[in-house]
Design a protein around this ligand. Structure first.
Ligand code: UDP
Length: 495
């Protein structure tokens, strides 16, 4: 073998296998870039339609970094109709943007259909022999598959330490069984920080349901895996990082905020889907605004409100008098309609607000100096992106682990206020009045202490990913361990 062949062979080869949802695919690509930048060979496994979403940012990364190993895509077969899914249903986006589909059932069906990948994964692990498989939490069967081929399997949940720990404590102690009513607040037992929540905000209580059993499979597969990769940084949630590593999963590496790996404008602009707004348009608009005077509102990729709620948000924004950028993730042709806006709203708020219908280049907007607050649904990626941009937040959780993430912001970090969502309401979310929107927006936009704390977090986030920072060192530590595993394997096959 020549020296360059030897160098190539000595590089770690990591498989990244994301769940097919933007909230998982986006940080997975960010993660593949982090490892590629450190000299690993990164291959992303995905389906034909999803590969289209990856192609552009991957090509840009490969072109910009000729000295690194190219990030590669491995396309897997996913015959939707054979699996009982509608044609083209390769991403949760499909489910959540088709209002006429019964989301609940289809969502579960989609999750369970992931097992179809098992055989293809086996074949790949056997033939390509990567050094590691970073598989999404929603592929619990992947731990056994990897074990069969002696490949260390890492789990990527996509969420942070706090919510993983909160889920653990709630599941273990079931404190919601001892309250008089579902709205009575209680402290989550064992979890550091005396965090208060209500029964109505706790998820996954039905352990015998299909989802409950699936979640158990996930926990078992995590227990048997090589460890957990967490998109977080130590200084954001030190007590929970420590708790997780002592009481929950034992082995975990915090390697975020992954979004900060995107340093160039183009990289940030190409995250996720194609933006629904021309970059000159929103930049010109934001450039015309005072520093920290605009609130950015987004509810992620899986939630959409009914007209009544949209009207309240619009009216609340108008009442607050603050400038805003509002992403309305309304799908299909409805995205173009304006009936849900209060009468004359767009004329009255001309200059005050910018509505983006569809996909916004979120990290670019959050980074703009005019943005001074973030009203978020508390999806973990958004929350971390907001923290990395030093923004105080209005929290508006809708489902999943978003209520737990909210508590991290409002009770632990104290960098935000709740808009007042009391409970999870499937489909539409808990109704919030215009008055509540107005009050929360004003509180966050003028709160000096919250802003100060948020800015400190942004400094810590950037420090974490710098060379020698906590997350950077964690990536090195993991890569060293994986190299050791490979060496041990090689020695094992020689003796
Ligand atoms: N995102 C974006 N533009 C949008 C909507 C979402 O760039 O218009 C990105 C956002 O920056 C984040 C991800 O999509 O990285 C959404 O993940 P999150 O965990 O916040 O929410 P989810 O959609 O999974 O509920």
């Amino acid at each position: 073998m020549g020296t360059s062949d030897e160098a190539a062979a000595s590089k770690l080869h990591i498989f990244f296998f994301p769940y097919m949802a933007h909230g998982h695919m986006i940080p997975t690509l960010d993660m593949a870039k982090v490892f590629a930048t450190k000299g690993a060979k990164s291959t992303i496994l995905t389906t034909p339609l999803n590969s289209k979403l990856f192609e552009k940012p991957i090509n840009s990364f490969n072109d910009e970094n000729p000295e690194l190993e190219d990030i590669k895509l491995q396309i897997l077969n996913f015959p939707c109709t054979e699996l009982g899914l509608p044609e083209g249903c390769e991403n949760t986006d499909f489910i959540f943007s088709n209002h006429d589909l019964t989301k609940g059932n289809l969502n579960m069906k989609f999750l369970l259909a992931m097992e179809y990948f098992k055989e293809q994964l086996e074949e790949l692990l056997e033939t390509v022999k990567p050094d590691c498989l970073v598989g999404n939490m929603f592929f619990p069967w992947a731990t056994k598959v990897a074990e069969k081929f002696n490949v260390p399997r890492l789990v990527f949940h996509g969420t942070g330490y706090f919510s993983l720990c909160a889920s653990h404590c709630l599941r273990l102690h079931k404190p919601y069984k001892n309250v008089a009513s579902s709205s009575e607040p209680f402290v989550i037992p064992e979890l550091p920080g005396d965090v208060v929540i209500t029964d109505e905000q706790v998820i996954e209580k039905e352990e015998e349901s299909v989802m409950g059993k699936f979640m158990k499979d996930i926990r078992d597969s995590e227990r048997d895996s090589f460890g957990v990769l967490v998109n977080s940084f130590y200084d954001l949630e030190p007590a929970y990082a420590d708790f997780f590593k002592t009481h929950v999963a034992k082995r975990a590496w915090d390697i975020g905020p992954l979004s900060l790996g995107n340093r160039e404008f183009k990289e940030k602009a190409e995250r996720g889907k194609k933006a629904s707004i021309d970059e000159h348009e929103y930049l010109k608009w934001l450039d015309s605004k005072r520093c920290e005077s605009v609130i950015y509102l987004s509810f992620g990729t899986m939630s959409s409100f009914d007209d009544e709620q949209l009207i309240e948000i619009a009216a609340g924004l108008e009442m607050s008098g603050h400038d805003f950028v509002w992403v309305v993730n309304r799908s299909g042709s409805q995205g173009e309609k304006v009936e849900w806006l209060p009468e004359g709203f767009e004329e009255r708020t001309k200059g005050q607000g910018l509505i983006i219908r569809g996909w916004a280049p979120q990290v670019l907007i959050l980074d703009h100096q005019a943005i001074g607050g973030f009203l978020t649904h508390c999806g973990w990626n958004s929350l971390l992106e907001g923290a990395a941009s030093g923004l105080p937040m209005v929290t508006w959780p809708i489902g999943a682990e978003q209520f737990y993430n909210e508590k991290l912001v409002t009770q632990v970090l104290k960098t935000g206020v709740s808009v007042g969502v009391k409970k999870m309401v499937k489909g539409s979310g808990d109704f919030i009045s215009r008055e509540k929107v107005d009050i929360a927006v004003r509180e966050v936009m003028v709160g000096d202490e919250m802003r100060k704390r948020a800015k400190q977090l942004a400094v810590m986030a950037k420090d974490a990913v710098r060379e020698g920072g906590s997350s950077d060192l964690e990536v090195n530590r993991l890569m060293d361990e994986l190299k050791l595993v490979r060496m041990q394997k090689e020695q094992g096959t020689r003796t």
